[in-house]
Design a protein around this ligand. Structure first.
Ligand code: HEC
Length: 250
């Protein structure tokens, strides 16, 4: 009984540890994915910004941030995460930061950190959130520098006092914000864990039954034969009695 409880205890501890390992692995994967997606978006924005001349004037779809967002949307349409480019000084209301994002943007502007991530929400509706800062480059100043030097279509859309002007190189222009709900993933781990527990329990019962029958066959049976024989010898006085051990006797 003690052995059984000990084995059961070990079973629960190892299952819990494997659950924790899987959780860690999922967070590492989510982080890698967030980093990769953010890098792609930022590289696309930087590339477009460095190479566009007057194209966005005639075709708004070629504004660097718009290109990057559209590509990211298409890539992630089948994926189980969302990604946006946000800024405190947003030009497009769709890029307005939520409460969490606004707080992280503030952190970026006051500390050297260039990425942050954490799991937010309660048990059940946990979300993995990741943000990477977008730093202003020389090429961004074409449209985010002084109002006077901005292309006509920018001036028309955003008045001189709009906060998305007068950036300087190195300033945090905004951030890529990546979020991945974890509820489904955790549910999958839960199912795996249950199956895992059932398999381990079956193995445990088999091991226990096998050990039990071996102990019975090789220890309890011979000892009881010996004690029966001693009892017979002491009552009959017949010292010529020999014990033959038969392991198959139950
Ligand atoms: C050709 C002009 C142009 C250039 C160059 C440009 N931007 Fe923008 N940027 C815009 C416009 C216009 C928007 C609003 C896009 C929209 O309507 O969704 C924008 C939006 C953004 C946003 C999203 C928040 C918002 O305002 O809605 C970020 C972040 C951003 N730009 C950063 C940058 C960075 C960093 C660079 C340089 C690597 C850059 N931009 C270069 C014109 C430009």
């Amino acid at each position: 009984m003690i052995l059984l409880s000990l084995l059961l205890f070990l079973l629960l501890v190892t299952s819990y540890l494997s659950f924790r390992d899987q959780q860690d692995l999922i967070l590492k994967r989510a982080l890698n994915e967030g980093r990769g997606v953010a890098r792609q978006l930022i590289e696309t924005t930087d590339y477009m910004s460095a190479h566009v001349r007057n194209e966005p004037e005639k075709n708004y779809a070629l504004v660097p941030q718009v290109v990057a967002t559209q590509i990211a949307k298409q890539i992630s349409s089948e994926a189980h995460y969302q990604v946006r480019q946000i800024s405190t000084n947003y030009r497009n209301p769709e890029n307005r930061p939520d409460e969490y994002e606004a707080a992280q943007l503030k952190t970026f502007s006051t500390s050297p950190a260039r990425e942050v991530y954490e799991v937010t929400g309660n048990q059940g509706d946990n979300v993995f959130r990741y943000m990477q800062a977008m730093v202003t480059e020389e090429s961004c100043l074409k449209c985010h520098g002084p109002y006077e030097s901005a292309p006509g279509f920018i001036q028309q859309r955003y008045p001189a006092e709009h906060p998305s002007y007068n950036y300087s190189v190195g300033q945090i222009a905004g951030a890529v914000s990546f979020s991945m709900p974890l509820a489904d993933v955790y549910r999958d781990i839960g199912t795996n864990l249950r199956q895992d527990l059932i398999y381990r329990l079956i193995i445990l019962i088999l091991v226990f039954l096998t050990i039990g029958s071996l102990i019975r066959r090789y220890m309890i049976v011979p000892i009881s034969m010996l004690s029966e024989s001693i009892h017979r010898v002491t009552t009959t006085g017949n010292l010529s009695e020999r014990i033959t051990f038969d392991a198959s006797r139950d």
